[in-house]
Design a binder for this molecule. Structure first.
Ligand SMILES: Cc1cc2nc3c(=O)[nH]c(=O)nc-3n(C[C@H](O)[C@H](O)[C@H](O)COP(=O)(O)O)c2cc1C
Length: 169
Protein backbone atom coordinates (compact mmCIF):
# COMPACT_ATOMS: atom_id res chain seq x y z
CA UNK A 1 0.00 0.00 0.00
CA UNK A 2 1.09 3.56 -0.64
CA UNK A 3 2.22 5.52 2.40
CA UNK A 4 0.81 8.80 3.73
CA UNK A 5 2.26 11.06 6.40
CA UNK A 6 -0.17 13.30 8.29
CA UNK A 7 1.45 16.21 10.14
CA UNK A 8 -0.78 18.42 12.25
CA UNK A 9 -0.64 21.32 14.67
CA UNK A 10 -3.32 21.84 17.31
CA UNK A 11 -3.54 24.32 20.19
CA UNK A 12 -6.90 23.38 21.73
CA UNK A 13 -7.20 19.84 20.37
CA UNK A 14 -9.75 20.38 17.62
CA UNK A 15 -7.35 20.07 14.67
CA UNK A 16 -5.92 16.98 16.38
CA UNK A 17 -9.36 15.35 16.35
CA UNK A 18 -9.78 16.24 12.67
CA UNK A 19 -6.31 14.84 11.90
CA UNK A 20 -7.23 11.54 13.58
CA UNK A 21 -10.45 11.33 11.54
CA UNK A 22 -8.59 12.17 8.32
CA UNK A 23 -6.02 9.45 9.13
CA UNK A 24 -8.84 6.97 9.74
CA UNK A 25 -10.28 7.78 6.31
CA UNK A 26 -6.88 7.54 4.65
CA UNK A 27 -6.37 4.08 6.17
CA UNK A 28 -9.15 2.73 3.96
CA UNK A 29 -6.57 2.75 1.16
CA UNK A 30 -3.14 3.71 2.47
CA UNK A 31 -0.62 3.02 5.22
CA UNK A 32 -0.68 6.10 7.45
CA UNK A 33 1.67 7.72 9.94
CA UNK A 34 0.08 10.46 12.05
CA UNK A 35 2.35 12.87 13.92
CA UNK A 36 1.99 16.09 15.84
CA UNK A 37 4.18 18.77 14.26
CA UNK A 38 6.56 18.87 17.25
CA UNK A 39 7.46 15.22 16.56
CA UNK A 40 7.40 15.40 12.75
CA UNK A 41 10.53 14.43 10.80
CA UNK A 42 12.44 17.49 9.53
CA UNK A 43 13.14 15.70 6.24
CA UNK A 44 10.68 13.47 4.35
CA UNK A 45 11.61 9.93 3.41
CA UNK A 46 11.15 8.87 -0.23
CA UNK A 47 8.55 6.30 0.95
CA UNK A 48 6.04 9.07 1.67
CA UNK A 49 3.81 9.33 -1.42
CA UNK A 50 1.17 11.63 0.09
CA UNK A 51 1.89 14.39 2.57
CA UNK A 52 -1.14 15.68 4.48
CA UNK A 53 -0.71 18.84 6.55
CA UNK A 54 -3.28 20.37 8.90
CA UNK A 55 -3.36 23.25 11.34
CA UNK A 56 -5.55 25.86 12.99
CA UNK A 57 -6.16 29.12 11.14
CA UNK A 58 -4.61 31.96 13.15
CA UNK A 59 -4.84 35.58 11.99
CA UNK A 60 -6.08 34.46 8.52
CA UNK A 61 -3.12 32.10 7.96
CA UNK A 62 -0.86 29.54 9.66
CA UNK A 63 0.03 30.24 13.29
CA UNK A 64 3.12 32.22 14.27
CA UNK A 65 4.94 32.28 17.64
CA UNK A 66 2.89 35.34 18.66
CA UNK A 67 -0.50 33.81 17.82
CA UNK A 68 0.49 30.55 19.55
CA UNK A 69 1.41 32.56 22.66
CA UNK A 70 -1.98 34.26 22.39
CA UNK A 71 -3.64 30.82 22.22
CA UNK A 72 -1.69 29.73 25.32
CA UNK A 73 -2.96 32.78 27.18
CA UNK A 74 -6.46 31.59 26.30
CA UNK A 75 -5.77 28.17 27.84
CA UNK A 76 -4.25 26.20 24.94
CA UNK A 77 -1.69 23.43 25.37
CA UNK A 78 1.39 25.37 26.60
CA UNK A 79 3.82 22.77 25.22
CA UNK A 80 2.31 22.94 21.72
CA UNK A 81 2.29 26.72 21.91
CA UNK A 82 5.98 26.88 22.85
CA UNK A 83 7.20 24.58 20.07
CA UNK A 84 7.43 24.99 16.31
CA UNK A 85 4.20 25.25 14.36
CA UNK A 86 3.13 24.08 10.93
CA UNK A 87 4.54 27.21 9.26
CA UNK A 88 8.06 26.50 10.55
CA UNK A 89 7.82 22.78 9.68
CA UNK A 90 6.54 23.45 6.15
CA UNK A 91 9.46 25.81 5.52
CA UNK A 92 11.92 23.23 6.91
CA UNK A 93 10.57 20.27 4.91
CA UNK A 94 10.76 22.30 1.70
CA UNK A 95 14.55 22.30 2.09
CA UNK A 96 14.66 18.51 1.66
CA UNK A 97 14.65 16.68 -1.67
CA UNK A 98 11.47 14.54 -1.43
CA UNK A 99 8.52 16.07 -3.31
CA UNK A 100 5.39 13.97 -2.71
CA UNK A 101 1.85 15.02 -3.53
CA UNK A 102 0.54 17.31 -0.79
CA UNK A 103 -2.99 18.04 0.45
CA UNK A 104 -3.93 20.33 3.31
CA UNK A 105 -6.73 20.99 5.77
CA UNK A 106 -7.30 23.48 8.53
CA UNK A 107 -9.77 24.37 11.21
CA UNK A 108 -11.35 27.79 11.37
CA UNK A 109 -14.28 29.52 13.02
CA UNK A 110 -17.65 29.13 11.32
CA UNK A 111 -18.54 32.74 10.62
CA UNK A 112 -19.84 34.16 7.34
CA UNK A 113 -17.26 35.96 5.21
CA UNK A 114 -14.33 35.35 7.59
CA UNK A 115 -11.45 35.11 5.13
CA UNK A 116 -8.11 33.31 5.52
CA UNK A 117 -7.03 29.69 5.70
CA UNK A 118 -3.99 28.02 7.25
CA UNK A 119 -4.36 25.18 4.72
CA UNK A 120 -4.36 27.50 1.73
CA UNK A 121 -1.26 29.25 3.08
CA UNK A 122 0.50 25.90 3.60
CA UNK A 123 -0.35 24.73 0.07
CA UNK A 124 0.92 27.98 -1.45
CA UNK A 125 4.27 27.60 0.31
CA UNK A 126 4.65 23.92 -0.52
CA UNK A 127 3.65 24.46 -4.18
CA UNK A 128 6.30 27.18 -4.44
CA UNK A 129 8.81 24.68 -3.00
CA UNK A 130 7.94 22.23 -5.80
CA UNK A 131 5.40 19.94 -4.14
CA UNK A 132 2.52 18.77 -6.35
CA UNK A 133 -0.94 19.85 -5.23
CA UNK A 134 -3.99 17.97 -6.48
CA UNK A 135 -6.94 19.53 -4.68
CA UNK A 136 -7.89 22.78 -2.97
CA UNK A 137 -7.40 23.38 0.73
CA UNK A 138 -10.16 21.91 2.89
CA UNK A 139 -11.65 23.78 5.87
CA UNK A 140 -13.23 22.15 8.90
CA UNK A 141 -15.23 24.35 11.25
CA UNK A 142 -15.22 25.04 14.98
CA UNK A 143 -17.91 26.94 16.88
CA UNK A 144 -15.39 29.28 18.56
CA UNK A 145 -11.67 29.71 19.28
CA UNK A 146 -11.55 26.76 21.71
CA UNK A 147 -14.03 24.67 19.76
CA UNK A 148 -15.90 22.45 19.77
CA UNK A 149 -16.00 21.19 16.20
CA UNK A 150 -19.28 21.84 14.44
CA UNK A 151 -21.52 18.75 14.30
CA UNK A 152 -20.69 16.44 11.43
CA UNK A 153 -17.16 17.73 10.83
CA UNK A 154 -15.44 14.53 12.00
CA UNK A 155 -17.55 12.50 9.56
CA UNK A 156 -16.67 14.96 6.83
CA UNK A 157 -12.96 14.67 7.79
CA UNK A 158 -13.12 10.86 7.62
CA UNK A 159 -14.74 11.06 4.20
CA UNK A 160 -12.20 13.61 2.98
CA UNK A 161 -9.36 11.30 4.07
CA UNK A 162 -10.97 8.35 2.30
CA UNK A 163 -11.37 10.43 -0.86
CA UNK A 164 -7.70 11.44 -0.75
CA UNK A 165 -6.69 7.77 -0.45
CA UNK A 166 -8.98 6.79 -3.35
CA UNK A 167 -7.51 9.54 -5.53
CA UNK A 168 -3.98 8.25 -4.80
CA UNK A 169 -4.87 4.66 -5.79
C1 LIG B 1 -4.54 33.91 18.08
C2 LIG B 1 -5.68 33.29 17.31
C3 LIG B 1 -6.05 33.81 16.08
C4 LIG B 1 -7.12 33.24 15.36
N1 LIG B 1 -7.43 33.75 14.12
C5 LIG B 1 -8.43 33.15 13.41
C6 LIG B 1 -8.76 33.62 12.10
O1 LIG B 1 -8.15 34.52 11.54
N2 LIG B 1 -9.77 32.98 11.44
C7 LIG B 1 -10.47 31.94 11.99
O2 LIG B 1 -11.36 31.42 11.34
N3 LIG B 1 -10.17 31.49 13.23
C8 LIG B 1 -9.18 32.06 13.94
N4 LIG B 1 -8.87 31.59 15.19
C9 LIG B 1 -9.61 30.43 15.72
C10 LIG B 1 -8.85 29.16 15.43
O3 LIG B 1 -8.97 28.82 14.08
C11 LIG B 1 -9.32 28.04 16.35
O4 LIG B 1 -8.82 28.33 17.63
C12 LIG B 1 -8.79 26.70 15.88
O5 LIG B 1 -9.45 26.28 14.71
C13 LIG B 1 -8.97 25.62 16.92
O6 LIG B 1 -8.15 24.54 16.55
P1 LIG B 1 -7.21 23.83 17.62
O7 LIG B 1 -8.11 23.36 18.72
O8 LIG B 1 -6.61 22.70 16.89
O9 LIG B 1 -6.20 24.81 18.10
C14 LIG B 1 -7.82 32.13 15.91
C15 LIG B 1 -7.43 31.61 17.16
C16 LIG B 1 -6.38 32.17 17.85
C17 LIG B 1 -5.97 31.58 19.18
Amino acid sequence: MKRALVVYESMFGNTGLVAEAVAEGLRTGMTVDLVEVGSAPPVLGEEVELLVVGGPTHAFSMSKPGTRADAARQGADARAAAGAGLREWVDQVGKGTARPVVVAFDTKVKRPRLPGSAARAALTRLRRAGFRTVKPAENFYVGGTKGPLVDGELDRARNWGATCAAEMA
